[in-house]
Design a protein. Sequence first.
Length: 299
Amino acid sequence: MPQRIAVAGSSGLIGGALCRSLSARGDDVVRLVRRPSRDATEVSWDPSTRRLDPQVLDGVDAVINLAGASLGARRWNARQKVELLRSRTDGTTALANAIAETGRPVPLLNASGVGYYGDRGDEILTEESAAGTGFLVDLVHAWEGATEAARAAGAPVARLRTGIVLGRDGDAMRPLLRLTKLGLGGPLGNGRHFWPWITLHDHVRAIEHVLDHRLEGAINLTGPEPARQRDIASEMGRALHRPAIVPAPRLALRVVVGEMGNEIVSSQRALPERLLESGFEHEHTNVRDAIEWMVGQSG
């Protein structure tokens, strides 16, 4: 049965793909946008006010919040860290409060990240694993905590702990594809750290699965087989017919991108346990198939 879904963050890689998919299957999508609305499918809002008129959610069956400033757009300094945090918590707080004020248990699917787990080496991580330490861990804690008003009001809240999304225009993959095409791809640091990848295609399908099955709580949105970064680099080189053996030492990453360099070489061997237990089936189950799909998408 078609649903009416409000989506924040619809202009991003994931949000755009999700809105197209929801519309294609017959759902009525209402986009929450920060600019003036262009037509009846859009509602203008300012998340920095931490307020949304609950009437906006009249007739809405669920809210999906994917909004947040790009982690890799700028070097992290004190000011940028505040922006990364507020761009996530302000809008989440507004949506959670609006849901609470509707008096209806409107499901909230809120973006989050596997950064919650911190740098954990080869440890297998599920939704039951404890949080790690570091800036991203603190950011995710605050982001997930901003949903509390909705949860306290009885609304189902799903915390979508997203891994590294493999898509042609993704912030993580776009520069790596460019370097690999130039024959400059390879291990970042020692390359042994796990990257919990998922294709954009499966990520959108997973969000729809969470929506349709009314899952709640923490949910890892990752592929079924996390891979070491050096293996991902190797598969990118193979798919693009380029060598992928040029290493980028950890110190060099820190010099080029600052503190975020530490996150690039952090390891999260996160498994989508709750997705799999609920019956979700990935279409891209291994990193070779996933990279081939992504490279095919990038033309």
